[in-house]
Ligand binder design. Structure first.
Ligand code: AMP
Length: 366
């Protein structure tokens, strides 16, 4: 019933199924096309950023079993660009096609309780945290971790959604109600120096390659700017890369893993979260590395040798959020700017419409 996992490289001309139709799928599909692959996207949206650049589309709900099976039957390998696809739907696809990364990786990354437990079990430090499943749990957890703290939904939270900061004044019953979900975690508030992230690729043969750690600045909980490389000590960069690699190994990952970390005041790192897919903080690699994150993703998923992640330039990537994208013509007038737009018709506030990258000659030679 299960197709044998292919261990040979998937030849150009094959079809890659991508679940999720956002900008990450779009940029992955463009990288796939450059290597001669066809992409079939599965998305509930009719005119998604990915659909616009794909050979084939399935427009269906993520829980439509018949559509899921037909989709997986029609492709040579499946991957995902969106994390909130039900893990069970991705598991169902494994009965019809190889799925990379494994659906279990998705399941771990989708739930903050499972994710934090995973990191701590392999000896990787996170902010102190407690699972919270009721207002009484929250009261107990705040008693243990103190204030300030952050209450986060266990599932379906991203870009700061489903988060409540617990300060000295916060009423805990109200905070529990405001989070609006059945399960969450309480995290001790980290008064960090900054936030960094690392993306590691791991191939079918266990080979791996990490991009340089980058420094991320958020605005309204949404990534605003990424600076590559992160202006941090060499040892800290090496530690962050080692953390990402250790996690990818422990997951048996085939694909990409992005790990977000806090840099603490005492010069250490604590993992915040992970995403088993291309990541917004890796967009700079499209213009500044020998192999970018999207090509690396396609290489890993297709069982190809990984490319060199070497950074040939330093870079600053800025997201174009909502109306920011209206400046597209000005950006194109700037000879140093590399513009990427995602084909989204409507510029809603908070919506990622594109990004722009500025390059500078590389200053260090690590
Ligand atoms: P998250 O959805 O977990 O990535 O959180 C979104 C943003 O909220 C992070 O990028 C941080 O800027 C901030 N944040 C999350 N958790 C904490 C924490 N434990 N302490 C301080 N700031 C946090």
């Amino acid at each position: 019933m299960f197709p044998p996992p292919f261990t040979e490289p998937l030849p150009p001309g094959s079809t890659i199924g991508i679940v999720g139709g956002g900008q990450l799928g779009r940029m992955a599909a463009l990288a796939a096309a450059r290597l001669g692959y066809r992409v079939h996207v599965f998305t509930p949206e009719t005119d998604s950023p990915t659909s616009q650049v794909c050979a084939a589309r399935t427009v269906a709900d993520y829980t439509d079993a018949a559509a899921i099976e037909a989709f997986a039957d029609s492709v040579d390998v499946v991957t995902f660009e969106f994390e909130n696809v039900p893990a069970e739907s991705v598991r169902l696809m494994t009965e019809h096609a190889p799925v990379r990364p494994c659906w279990r990786v998705l399941e771990t990354a989708q739930d903050r309780i499972a994710e934090k437990t995973f990191f701590n079990d392999i000896g990787i430090a996170t902010a102190p945290w407690r699972p919270v499943r009721s207002a009484a749990d929250l009261t107990r957890a705040v008693g243990e971790l103190g204030r300030p703290a952050v209450l986060k939904t266990a599932r379906l939270g991203y870009d700061g959604k489903g988060q409540v900061k617990i300060t000295a004044e916060t009423d805990l019953d109200e905070a529990w109600a405001a989070m609006g979900s059945e399960a969450g975690i309480l995290e001790g508030f980290i008064d960090f120096d900054g936030e960094i992230s690392v993306i590691v690729a791991r191939g079918l043969d266990g080979a791996w390659a990490t991009f340089d750690p980058v420094w991320n600045v958020h605005r309204n909980h949404i990534l605003d700017t990424t600076i590559a490389p992160a202006p941090i000590a060499r040892e800290l960069a090496a530690e962050a890369m080692a953390v990402a690699h250790k996690a990818a190994e422990a997951l048996g990952l085939v694909g990409l893993l992005a790990v977000e970390l806090f840099v603490t005041k005492d010069g250490g790192v604590l993992v915040n979260e992970m995403a088993p897919r291309p990541h917004n903080s890796g967009h700079w690699t499209m213009d500044a590395c020998l192999t970018d994150q999207f090509e690396q993703f396609i290489r890993a998923v297709c069982g190809l040798p990984l490319g060199s992640p070497e950074r040939h330039s330093d870079a600053e990537m800025k997201n174009l959020i909502g109306d920011d994208a209206k400046a597209w013509l000005d950006i194109l007038h700037d000879p140093a700017a590399r513009l990427h737009l995602y084909g989204k018709a409507e510029a809603r506030p908070g919506r990622k419409m594109g990004h722009v990258t500025h390059l500078r000659p590389r200053r260090d030679r690590r």
